[in-house]
Design a protein around this ligand. Sequence first.
Ligand code: ZN
Length: 185
Amino acid sequence: MHPLEVTEVRVKLLDGDVDKLLAFCTITLNGCFVVRDLKIIDGPDGPFVAMPSRKLGDRCPDCREKNPFRARYCSECGRQLSSQRAPKDGDGYAKLFADIAHPISVECRQMIEQVVMKAYETERLTAASSEDEDVIVAEDRLPEPTVAKRGRADSAQTRVVPAEPAPENVAPEAGPGADFAAGIL
Ligand SMILES: [Zn+2]
Protein backbone atom coordinates (compact mmCIF):
# COMPACT_ATOMS: atom_id res chain seq x y z
CA MET A 1 0.00 0.00 0.00
CA HIS A 2 1.27 3.47 -0.88
CA PRO A 3 1.81 5.77 2.10
CA LEU A 4 -0.50 8.76 2.09
CA GLU A 5 1.20 12.04 1.35
CA VAL A 6 -0.11 15.60 1.12
CA THR A 7 1.57 16.82 -2.05
CA GLU A 8 0.00 20.28 -2.24
CA VAL A 9 -1.79 22.66 0.11
CA ARG A 10 -3.60 25.80 -1.01
CA VAL A 11 -4.58 28.30 1.63
CA LYS A 12 -7.20 31.02 1.30
CA LEU A 13 -6.87 33.43 4.22
CA LEU A 14 -9.99 35.05 5.67
CA ASP A 15 -10.18 38.00 8.03
CA GLY A 16 -11.27 35.84 10.98
CA ASP A 17 -14.41 37.89 11.73
CA VAL A 18 -16.80 35.20 10.53
CA ASP A 19 -17.32 32.30 12.95
CA LYS A 20 -13.66 32.43 13.98
CA LEU A 21 -12.85 31.10 10.53
CA LEU A 22 -9.23 31.94 9.68
CA ALA A 23 -8.76 30.15 6.35
CA PHE A 24 -10.05 27.63 3.86
CA CYS A 25 -7.61 25.01 2.58
CA THR A 26 -7.51 22.62 -0.34
CA ILE A 27 -5.16 19.63 -0.14
CA THR A 28 -3.94 17.25 -2.82
CA LEU A 29 -3.19 13.67 -1.75
CA ASN A 30 -0.43 11.75 -3.55
CA GLY A 31 -0.62 14.19 -6.45
CA CYS A 32 -3.92 12.75 -7.64
CA PHE A 33 -6.83 13.32 -5.21
CA VAL A 34 -8.10 16.73 -4.13
CA VAL A 35 -10.02 17.47 -0.94
CA ARG A 36 -11.48 20.95 -0.58
CA ASP A 37 -12.94 23.03 2.22
CA LEU A 38 -10.69 22.06 5.09
CA LYS A 39 -10.90 24.94 7.55
CA ILE A 40 -8.50 26.62 9.94
CA ILE A 41 -10.55 27.67 12.94
CA ASP A 42 -9.46 29.94 15.79
CA GLY A 43 -10.25 27.67 18.73
CA PRO A 44 -9.87 28.28 22.49
CA ASP A 45 -6.45 26.55 22.41
CA GLY A 46 -5.29 28.24 19.20
CA PRO A 47 -5.87 27.56 15.51
CA PHE A 48 -6.82 24.03 14.51
CA VAL A 49 -7.68 22.14 11.31
CA ALA A 50 -11.31 21.11 10.74
CA MET A 51 -12.09 18.51 8.09
CA PRO A 52 -14.62 19.37 5.39
CA SER A 53 -18.14 19.02 6.72
CA ARG A 54 -21.72 19.68 5.80
CA LYS A 55 -24.48 21.19 7.91
CA LEU A 56 -27.08 18.74 9.18
CA GLY A 57 -30.72 19.77 9.27
CA ASP A 58 -34.34 18.73 9.03
CA ARG A 59 -37.53 19.84 7.35
CA CYS A 60 -39.90 22.51 8.61
CA PRO A 61 -43.07 20.89 10.04
CA ASP A 62 -45.20 23.51 8.25
CA CYS A 63 -43.74 24.12 4.81
CA ARG A 64 -41.24 21.21 4.48
CA GLU A 65 -38.35 23.58 3.71
CA LYS A 66 -34.99 22.15 4.80
CA ASN A 67 -33.25 24.15 7.55
CA PRO A 68 -29.96 23.58 9.37
CA PHE A 69 -30.38 22.36 12.97
CA ARG A 70 -28.72 25.58 14.08
CA ALA A 71 -31.50 27.68 12.50
CA ARG A 72 -34.04 28.99 15.01
CA TYR A 73 -36.53 30.08 12.34
CA CYS A 74 -37.54 28.50 9.05
CA SER A 75 -35.86 30.31 6.16
CA GLU A 76 -38.97 29.84 4.00
CA CYS A 77 -42.01 30.54 6.21
CA GLY A 78 -40.44 32.05 9.34
CA ARG A 79 -41.91 29.46 11.72
CA GLN A 80 -39.98 29.22 15.01
CA LEU A 81 -37.99 25.98 15.21
CA SER A 82 -37.08 24.10 18.38
CA SER A 83 -33.50 24.64 19.57
CA GLN A 84 -33.48 21.07 20.93
CA ARG A 85 -34.32 19.22 17.73
CA ALA A 86 -30.78 18.18 16.69
CA PRO A 87 -29.79 14.61 17.62
CA LYS A 88 -27.14 14.36 20.36
CA ASP A 89 -23.84 12.51 20.11
CA GLY A 90 -22.50 10.14 22.79
CA ASP A 91 -21.20 13.06 24.88
CA GLY A 92 -24.50 14.92 24.81
CA TYR A 93 -23.45 17.52 22.22
CA ALA A 94 -25.85 18.40 19.43
CA LYS A 95 -24.75 16.92 16.10
CA LEU A 96 -24.88 19.98 13.81
CA PHE A 97 -22.28 18.91 11.22
CA ALA A 98 -21.16 15.68 9.54
CA ASP A 99 -17.65 15.15 8.17
CA ILE A 100 -17.47 14.70 4.41
CA ALA A 101 -13.90 13.39 4.34
CA HIS A 102 -11.68 12.64 7.34
CA PRO A 103 -8.72 10.52 8.46
CA ILE A 104 -9.49 7.40 10.48
CA SER A 105 -6.11 7.03 12.19
CA VAL A 106 -4.34 9.33 14.64
CA GLU A 107 -1.14 9.17 12.55
CA CYS A 108 -2.93 10.28 9.40
CA ARG A 109 -4.76 13.08 11.22
CA GLN A 110 -1.52 14.39 12.73
CA MET A 111 0.27 14.22 9.38
CA ILE A 112 -2.45 16.23 7.61
CA GLU A 113 -2.74 18.73 10.48
CA GLN A 114 1.02 19.34 10.50
CA VAL A 115 1.26 19.93 6.75
CA VAL A 116 -1.84 22.15 6.63
CA MET A 117 -0.88 24.24 9.67
CA LYS A 118 2.62 24.77 8.27
CA ALA A 119 1.17 25.98 4.96
CA TYR A 120 -1.23 28.24 6.83
CA GLU A 121 1.56 29.83 8.89
CA THR A 122 3.67 30.34 5.75
CA GLU A 123 0.76 31.94 3.92
CA ARG A 124 -0.03 34.20 6.87
CA LEU A 125 3.58 35.45 7.05
CA THR A 126 3.72 35.95 3.27
CA ALA A 127 0.47 37.93 3.28
CA ALA A 128 1.68 40.08 6.20
CA SER A 129 5.00 40.91 4.53
CA SER A 130 3.45 41.64 1.12
CA GLU A 131 1.08 44.10 2.80
CA ASP A 132 4.13 45.88 4.22
CA GLU A 133 5.72 46.01 0.76
CA ASP A 134 2.58 47.58 -0.66
CA VAL A 135 2.77 50.39 1.88
CA ILE A 136 6.47 51.03 1.17
CA VAL A 137 5.94 51.09 -2.60
CA ALA A 138 2.96 53.42 -2.27
CA GLU A 139 4.86 55.87 -0.06
CA ASP A 140 8.04 55.79 -2.17
CA ARG A 141 6.20 56.60 -5.34
CA LEU A 142 3.68 59.09 -4.01
CA PRO A 143 4.95 62.04 -6.13
CA GLU A 144 4.52 60.00 -9.33
CA PRO A 145 1.03 58.49 -9.31
CA THR A 146 1.40 56.58 -12.59
CA VAL A 147 4.58 54.82 -11.45
CA ALA A 148 3.06 54.02 -8.07
CA LYS A 149 0.16 52.28 -9.78
CA ARG A 150 2.46 50.08 -11.81
CA GLY A 151 4.58 49.21 -8.76
CA ARG A 152 1.55 48.06 -6.81
CA ALA A 153 0.26 45.94 -9.66
CA ASP A 154 3.65 44.21 -9.91
CA SER A 155 3.78 43.38 -6.24
CA ALA A 156 0.23 42.06 -6.33
CA GLN A 157 1.23 39.58 -9.01
CA THR A 158 3.81 37.96 -6.77
CA ARG A 159 1.19 37.02 -4.19
CA VAL A 160 0.05 33.43 -4.16
CA VAL A 161 -3.37 34.27 -2.76
CA PRO A 162 -5.19 37.62 -2.65
CA ALA A 163 -5.27 39.07 0.87
CA GLU A 164 -8.94 40.03 0.63
CA PRO A 165 -11.57 37.34 -0.03
CA ALA A 166 -14.36 38.08 -2.46
CA PRO A 167 -17.36 39.36 -0.45
CA GLU A 168 -19.72 36.56 -1.47
CA ASN A 169 -17.33 34.00 -0.02
CA VAL A 170 -17.43 35.23 3.56
CA ALA A 171 -21.18 35.30 4.10
CA PRO A 172 -21.89 33.38 7.34
CA GLU A 173 -24.68 31.37 5.76
CA ALA A 174 -22.64 30.42 2.70
CA GLY A 175 -21.31 27.40 4.59
CA PRO A 176 -18.63 25.04 3.37
CA GLY A 177 -20.35 24.61 0.02
CA ALA A 178 -18.43 23.08 -2.85
CA ASP A 179 -18.68 26.33 -4.77
CA PHE A 180 -16.96 28.32 -2.06
CA ALA A 181 -13.53 28.58 -3.57
CA ALA A 182 -14.53 28.21 -7.21
CA GLY A 183 -12.24 30.34 -9.29
CA ILE A 184 -10.06 31.30 -6.36
CA LEU A 185 -8.07 28.25 -5.34
ZN1 ZN B 1 -41.29 26.61 7.05
